[in-house]
Design a protein around this ligand. Structure first.
Ligand code: NAD
Length: 361
């Protein structure tokens, strides 16, 4: 297969971790007879330095012409970098918002998986961590409270602020469909999370999820109130497969799910549109504190590339091979410094990439 990728290395550790993901993709290509074509575009601080804006229209056009985008991370030290003296719409993060909007990325996927070898980093009780967990938080990304009308005004001498939570049935249906599609590639269970005991938008959410579920008879589904879900994530995370939810609930729950894995350098993510197109990136930021030191953990970016193989190219065997190579390298005792513990061998970012690439079978 010919796979055409836009690559955004970005700022901080971005170039280091993306280089390692490309190394692993090339190993997959060699083993399974695929060719990955990469075209680099600029976004974030490096784009500001080169062009004066965080993302040019030309860069967006290149991204749109490809099958997927592989992204490192963008941004710098928000206290010291001159990028943060610019107006908000010229700062690095504005590039990220622009590309998400231009590419219509409405579904955000964040897996939370507890590796046997990293259980020690899980902040949950040992008996809960011992059960393990493997879930996918699926968050609606372009609607809801963050995009509704807002205003702050003085009413009768009292300052009053209003935010509006709006969802229409089409926005709910397309994310629900994605959620059930993803569940079909996993353990075929969807937990739809809402606040239907209070919110109208949640009652509509629930209705549309139920309608969508009828098209997926193999998938079992349940509804869960968001407050209960927040508790269940720390009490019994093993129960979850796909957690499907709206924008703000997903924002909070995906961070909670990330935390219980205990290892930010391991967390992949994907943002998808209605086609197979996706943007794949690690969940963490540009880590300016360790940038340029060949110390970053590239595994989150490598696992994001595995998600790309699975969800954009439908190359499930190849995605499994990457995930298996990551598990094997951990089993063999190799760690970058962020996940090192006694008795393990600490390796650099580039060594970790090579060790994983060598294990692609
Ligand atoms: P961060 O995620 O960059 O770093 C938080 C901590 O985690 C740091 O100690 C860092 O060294 C560590 N860390 C993160 N990724 C790591 C990795 N792969 N390997 C080893 N350690 C890792 O968060 P921050 O410091 O709050 O933000 C730094 C910059 O990143 C800011 O400019 C922020 O806006 C930006 N940011 C970008 C994205 C993105 O590109 N999508 C996401 C979040 C933050």
């Amino acid at each position: 297969m010919e796979c055409n990728l836009a690559v955004i290395k970005g700022d901080g550790i971005g170039p280091e971790v993306v280089t390692e993901a490309i190394k692993v993709l090339d190993a997959v290509g060699k083993k399974y007879d695929h060719t990955f074509h990469y075209e680099e575009i600029l976004m974030g601080g490096c784009s500001i330095d080169a062009t004066g804006v965080p993302l040019t229209d030309e860069a967006v056009a290149v991204a749109k012409s490809k099958d997927a985008v592989l992204l490192g991370s963008i941004g710098g030290n928000t206290a010291t970098s001159p990028w943060y003296k610019l107006p908000p719409d010229r700062r690095p993060e504005a590039g990220l918002l622009k590309i998400r909007k231009e590419l219509g990325l409405f579904a955000n996927l964040r897996p939370a998986y507890l590796y046997e070898e990293l259980k020690g980093a899980c902040p949950l009780k040992k008996e809960i961590a011992d059960q393990g967990f493997d879930m996918m938080i699926m968050r609606e990304l372009t609607g809801g409270l963050y995009f509704g009308e807002r205003k702050t005004e003085e009413i009768g001498g009292v300052m009053t602020a209003v935010d509006t939570l709006v969802y229409n049935e089409n926005e709910i249906r397309r994310i629900a469909k994605k959620g059930f599609d993803i569940a079909m590639k996993r353990r075929k269970k969807v937990t739809s999370v809402d606040k239907a005991n209070v919110l109208d938008s949640s009652r509509l959410w629930r209705k549309i999820v139920e309608e969508t579920a009828k098209d997926y008879p193999e998938v079992t589904y349940e509804h869960m109130l968001v407050d209960n879900c927040a508790m269940q994530l720390v009490k019994d995370p093993a129960q979850f497969d796909v957690v499907l939810t709206e924008n703000m609930f997903g924002d909070i729950l995906s961070d909670e799910a990330s935390m219980i894995t205990g290892s930010i350098g391991m967390l992949a993510s994907a943002s998808l549109n209605e086609t197979k197109f996706g943007m794949y990136e690690p969940s963490g930021g540009s880590a300016p504190d360790i940038a340029g030191q060949n110390k970053a953990n590239p595994i989150a970016t490598i696992l994001s590339a595995a998600m790309m193989l699975r969800y954009t190219f439908d190359l499930d065997t190849e995605a499994d091979a990457v995930e298996q190579a990551v598990r094997q390298v951990l089993k063999d005792g190799y760690r970058t410094s962020d996940i090192a513990s006694s008795g393990t061998k600490t390796v650099s970012c580039s060594e970790m990439g090579s060790l994983i690439a060598e294990r692609i079978l």
